[in-house]
Ligand binder design. Structure first.
Ligand code: 3HC
Ligand code: NAI
Length: 705
């Protein structure tokens, strides 16, 4: 196998260029290539120093993650072997970074004798996001270079830093203006280091920063408690803290061995498997049937949003945040004023929390152009309709858009449940129509379901997929059906939660099980947050279509009639003290639940945590299987992305379909069959679930077919 590197000599400097597209990942062959080039250069008297740089878009994305499951990552030379070879090299090695230098490649840079980076490039250790700790010395060398606290921040958050920040902290020694400057500067640094007569300084020997933190167990304990909420349920962030602490309490080699052991333990954990699944699922979701890399794009310079209510105002902010001018139209001046006020308040609050400068907020606001003149949609290349959820209204708006908009403008609807084909049919250009289902609050939530109508063109879909990326969102393409994928799967979950409390559980018990599973909150706390009145309105539209043999739990309707709308009225499923968001069970709510069970003739029983979890989770997985079989979603892993980004499914469990695979589909199927025999309702196992369970297969295998 040819090694994906190039070797050139510039005067006395050997330049090793990583050339392993698309991301120069350190696969075995790249490791062999670099290692052989250095070993040969060390023998060559005409070479006095080395520069390691990357070709293409970046220096490198780090270790080849695909090798983790095949055992190839452990084949010699391992990344750690290569890194030791570099650090121990008597001839100086300079690392020249551009684009991104992440994970193992950042660790490699830490062992080099000097680091140069192009301004704006991103350097960091994102291993924690894959459920692992840096495994090639990162936790031992980074604190030695930049200090313990900055290293803890970088490693535990996994967030890359800019080259400028890295320079400020001492990770990068020299900044280059651009790619041309990078090589020239790196070669000159290599020359300079090689002309010094002492051997190059090894990062492992720099321990002045560590002395500051020795006997600093308090520092680490404080750090652990600071991250305890943010990192709840995750193992890797705490393992990262342990490794950095080891750097301050153990000699280098011992610290390295501790890191290695921790890395291997994390890498084989279920959490890391799940987080790696999420990483690849996020990349797969962009590969959409019928779209190719060369599918042409529609240029989007200006957007318009119709309706500036809850969703429209958030969507307008998404455009402004991405630097895209956006026209916002409304039906009435007072609604427009109210919507713009919500937007202004949102920016003001971000500024007051120190997360944005006042000037930046003003600049973003200036990109949002409110108007009552609907005709101004003609200026836009993409229009997102976010008016009331009413088919006749939407059809009228789309007829008007069809008349007014540019011929190649994209007409998108934010409908959460209506038939996108019927909306498209109101126009003469159904190929330009698509659904863009943002989640609330639209400026925060990252999921956008992109609803592909029967006639949506590949150009339109591809442009919208790229647009979602530009807006910082994750777009998942789904087909037309009632409520699409996300809410359709949410529905059986919430239904079962309601039935559970009729049967004997209490809201706080159900919520605790779901919270402990790793969701930000359970279904009842969520319902209080979203508003029981909002749920009631959705049911008015949905329930008339419910087949009459299916049960209906009306406790939420009764809460609505009692004016208990949730947090906004201080009472819902729970009660809330003035100014607090902490749910407290109250007697009125509990009485209502117990009375309802009695009226239904249900003998309330103890319900185990296991049953609660299964009754909530398995039906949504079952609905996912139906969605797959109907072709509404392309892959099970797409549904995982929907839940990770739409509903805060714990990433360390990979998403519901991955979770089902990890429990075993046979177990999910048998439990569903058991529930169906007792409760009937919507619990009948989906044919795909049954088939895969009988064949002892997984959703992941089905995806690969
Ligand atoms: N290993 C294997 N494949 C990788 C990879 C890696 N480290 N990083 C990216 N890829 C693959 C992607 O899966 C994708 O493959 P596909 O085309 O078949 O879907 C392709 O490279 C292009 O990646 P992206 O679509 O993500 O490209 P972008 O330009 O959008 O993003 C990036 C580039 C920011 C580098 C992003 O790919 C990324 O974040 N990569 C992972 C970085 C990371 O987590 N590194 C740590 C690895 S673990 C490690 O180093 C362990 C060490 O401590 C021992
Ligand atoms: P909303 O009631 O808060 O806002 C709708 C706005 O549209 C109102 O301000 C109204 O004045 C305006 N409007 C009505 N007719 C108009 C017209 N002809 N021209 C211009 N503006 C007009 O509604 P919300 O919640 O923002 O929902 C909007 C759409 O987004 C609906 O289709 C809804 O199903 C969908 N959606 C809602 C979510 C939510 O959580 N609220 C989540 C995802 C989608």
């Amino acid at each position: 196998m040819p090694h994906p590197i190039r070797f050139d000599q510039t005067d006395a400097v050997g330049v090793i260029t990583l050339d392993n597209p698309p991301v120069n990942a350190f696969s075995l062959s790249q490791r062999i290539g670099v290692s052989e080039a250095i070993t040969a250069g060390l023998q060559d008297p005409t070479i006095q120093a080395f520069v390691i740089c990357g070709s293409g878009r970046m220096f490198s994305a780090g270790a080849d993650i695909r090798e983790f499951d095949t055992g190839v990552a452990a084949e010699s030379p391992t990344l750690s072997d290569l890194i030791s070879l570099i650090e121990d090299s008597p001839k100086p090695v300079v690392c020249a970074m551009h684009g991104t230098a992440l994970g193992g490649s950042c660790e490699l840079s830490l062992a080099c004798h000097s680091r140069v980076a192009v301004v704006g490039s991103r350097i960091g250790l994102p291993e924690v996001t894959l459920g692992i700790v840096p495994g090639a010395g990162g936790t031992q060398r980074l604190p030695r270079l930049i200090g313990v606290l900055p290293a803890l921040d970088a490693i535990v958050s996994g967030k890359p830093m800019t080259a400028e920040k890295a320079h400020e902290l001492g990770l990068v020694d020299n900044l280059a203006d651009d790619l041309d400057d990078l090589l020239e500067l790196s070669v000159s640094v290599a020359h300079r280091l090689s002309s010094q007569h002492e051997p190059p300084i090894k990062t492992r020997d720099r321990d002045s920063h560590l002395r500051e933190a020795q006997n600093g167990s308090e520092l680490f304990d404080n750090f652990r408690s600071q991250i305890s909420r943010r990192a709840r349920g995750f193992e890797a962030p705490f393992a990262c803290v342990d490794c950095v602490e080891a750097a301050t309490t153990m000699p280098f080699e011992q610290g390295l061995a501790f890191e290695r052991e921790t890395f291997l333990r994390c890498r084989s954990s279920n959490q890391s498997l799940a987080q790696r699944h999420a990483f690849f699922a996020e990349r797969e979701v962009r590969k959409v049937r019928g779209l190719r890399a060369e599918t042409s794009q529609i240029e989007l310079k200006c957007a318009a949003v119709v309706g500036c209510g809850t969703m429209g105002s958030g969507i307008a902010m998404c455009f402004a945040n991405a630097g895209i001018p956006v026209i916002v139209t409304e039906s009435k001046q007072d609604m427009l004023d109210r919507g713009m006020e919500m937007i202004r308040q949102n920016y003001t609050s971000t500024v007051s929390k120190g997360r944005m400068s006042g000037d930046e907020a003003e600049a973003r606001l200036a990109l949002i152009k409110p108007t009552l003149e609907f005709e101004r949609v003609s200026e836009a290349d993409v229009v997102i309709e976010a008016a009331f959820e009413d088919m006749e209204l939407k059809k009228k708006i789309f007829r008007d858009l069809d008349t007014l908009c540019k011929t190649d403008a994209i007409l998108a609807t934010n409908t959460s449940s209506l038939n996108v084909n019927a909306i498209a049919a109101a126009t003469q250009r159904p190929e330009q129509v698509v659904g863009t289902h943002f989640f609330s609050p639209a400026n925060i939530m990252r999921l956008v379901e992109i609803v592909r109508g029967d006639h949506s063109s590949p150009e339109v879909l591809s442009t919208i997929l790229n647009l979602t990326k530009r807006l910082g969102k994750v777009g998942v393409v789904v087909g037309v059906c009632d409520s699409f994928a996300a809410n359709r799967m949410l529905y059986p979950y919430s239904r079962q939660a309601q039935f559970l409390i009729e049967e004997g559980a209490f809201p706080e018990q159900v919520d605790k099980v779901i919270y402990d599973f790793g969701f930000p909150m359970g279904p009842f706390a969520l319902s209080d947050l979203a508003g029981i009145d909002v749920g009631w309105r959705i049911r008015q539209h949905r329930e008339p279509n419910r087949p009459k043999h299916l049960r209906y739990s009306d406790i939420a309707d009764q809460l609505y009639k009692m004016g208990r709308y949730g947090q906004k009225t201080g009472k819902g499923w729970y009660q809330y003290e003035e100014g607090s968001r902490t749910p407290i069970p109250d007697s009125e709510g509990l009485d209502l639940i117990i009375r309802t069970s009695r009226e239904l003739g249900i003998d309330r029983r103890e319900i185990s945590e296991e049953e609660i979890l299964q009754r909530c989770m398995y039906p949504l997985i079952n609905e996912g299987a139906r969605i797959l079989e109907e072709g509404i979603a392309q892959r099970a892993s797409d549904l995982d992305i929907v839940w990770l980004y739409g509903f805060g499914f714990p990433r360390y469990r990979g998403g519901p379909m991955f979770y089902a695979d990890s429990i075993g589909l046979k177990n999910v199927y048998e439990a569903m069959q058991g529930f169906y025999e007792i409760h009937r309702d919507w619990l009948e196992p989906a044919p795909l679930l049954e088939r895969l369970a009988r064949e002892d297969r997984t959703f992941a295998e089905w995806d690969r077919e």
